[in-house]
Design a protein around this ligand. Sequence first.
Ligand SMILES: Nc1ncnc2c1ncn2[C@@H]1O[C@H](COP(=O)(O)OP(=O)(O)OP(=O)(O)O)[C@@H](O)[C@H]1O
Ligand SMILES: [Mg+2]
Length: 286
Amino acid sequence: MSLQIVSPTGGIAPLLRADGVTLEYGGTRATHDVSFDVYRGDRFVLLGPSGCGKSSLLKAAAGFLTPAAGSISVHGAPVRGPGPDRIVVFQEFDQLPPWKTVKENVMFPLLMAKRVSRHEAQERARHWIVKVGLAGFEHAHPHTLSGGMKQRVAIARALAMQPEILLMDEPFAALDALTRRKMQEELGRLWEELRFTLLFVTHSIEEALVVGNRILLLSPHPGQVRAELNSHQFDLASAGSAEFQAATQRIHGLLFGEAAPANAVAHAERAVTRSMDSGLRRNDGV
Ligand SMILES: Nc1ncnc2c1ncn2[C@@H]1O[C@H](COP(=O)(O)OP(=O)(O)OP(=O)(O)O)[C@@H](O)[C@H]1O
Ligand SMILES: [Mg+2]
């Protein structure tokens, strides 16, 4: 019988752990003492206002930025640099090399990682291009695609690598509202099918509730943990309901009201749950 790794709290060990992470650029402190655990199959959202260090935390998880204090680990091993186990999808539409076709873009990291043969990379690329709804566009170049289609390519490219954790930094923020909604829906559909682990950055409260099952609220610059809460009960279908609006309002209060101590996680969560009983004004975007 194999031993199951357990955390000090007696639960299953997290896939990714951020432990007291302080991030700095020269003298500028981007985050201060941020801790969170992401478990397998989580859709974990980092939510906070512009400049609070969300992207910096994602970059640190990806291995592009080394913490000034604290650590980030995956399966208990410290992150020391980028790796094929952590793939990032960015907001920018120009993350795809423009001289490569859709299929070549999806194949590229697979070939770079030397994980599979060229034939296998082609097969996988075809598979994932269909999965993200881009059948028929294999030979198109990025400049001939819409923003939403480019983001689909980036998602296919990331999922084709079968990362331990998919890191997404405001991937839908530059899309129009309808496309953004559609992409949120499709991400949800892909997750239902594949149950990958997601670390997702947004500054939209609504998007956090729709995409995430757990949300970490960060204070304004430098980012500190305000609270952590469960949001698995929300999806696009429940957006607009009284419960959803109450949760939105409550999160807004937690983000911009009086600072909650970082260890008040359970308290904040209970507070949000309670607030769902009362229908309040909708207030999205932080
Ligand atoms: N390369 C950099 N050099 C210096 N300072 C930086 C750099 N990148 C970010 N910062 C600073 O670190 C802080 C956090 O930035 P970060 O981009 O992580 O915030 P964010 O929460 O992602 O914001 P946004 O929602 O606007 O994307 C900001 O004060 C920013 O000015
Ligand atoms: Mg950012």
